[in-house]
Design a binder for this molecule. Sequence first.
Ligand code: SF4
Length: 208
Amino acid sequence: MEIKQAVGKGIKLPVMEAFYTIQGEGTFTGHPAYFIRLGGCDVGCVWCDVKESWEAGKWPVQSVEEIVEGALQYPGKLVVITGGEPLMYDLGPLTALLKEKGFTINIETSGAHPFSGQFDWVCFSPKKFKEPHPSIFEKANELKVIVFHKSDFAFAEKHAAKVQPACRKLLQPEWSKAERYTGEIIDYIKKHPDWNISLQTHKFMDIP
Ligand code: SF4
């Protein structure tokens, strides 16, 4: 089968990098995790800190077996699939094999493409630059909105109105704007206690 067809079926995927580290943000902050960063993103966030991920064709294509073999090299049993935008691909085959091997599987997504795959935790981080696909709203376990501009509070509430009632709601200052917005986020959360704060603690620890 040609590589393009195999990628289309999700049995091979472009992998920008994969590494074992500590999850720095969101609900799983502090957990050791194997990150699989898939190449390719068409969302175009101005403040994206992994712009090199955007072009999928730059990254080596691996079979799902090879990807899972990488995860099996470490003692941690939590995998985080991220990108780029991982839902550009059919994540069914990769997540099925990870499940078979006993992993807990989380995803971090902008929700801009149709949902696929089986996950234990779905972190939905919507972006202003591309509308989410409607399939994400019932799947999201965590709504994580990056605050880069004052209007992001209203943007956060707009998406909070669409997720399930049990979905956790997090506001996270964008790293370069943390000094500007962390105080406002704290005030906002004190007034709207259904929200929690998320910080990029891996950046404080200087780990990937
Ligand atoms: S969705 Fe993620 S990878 Fe894509 S541009 Fe935005 S921050 Fe970057």
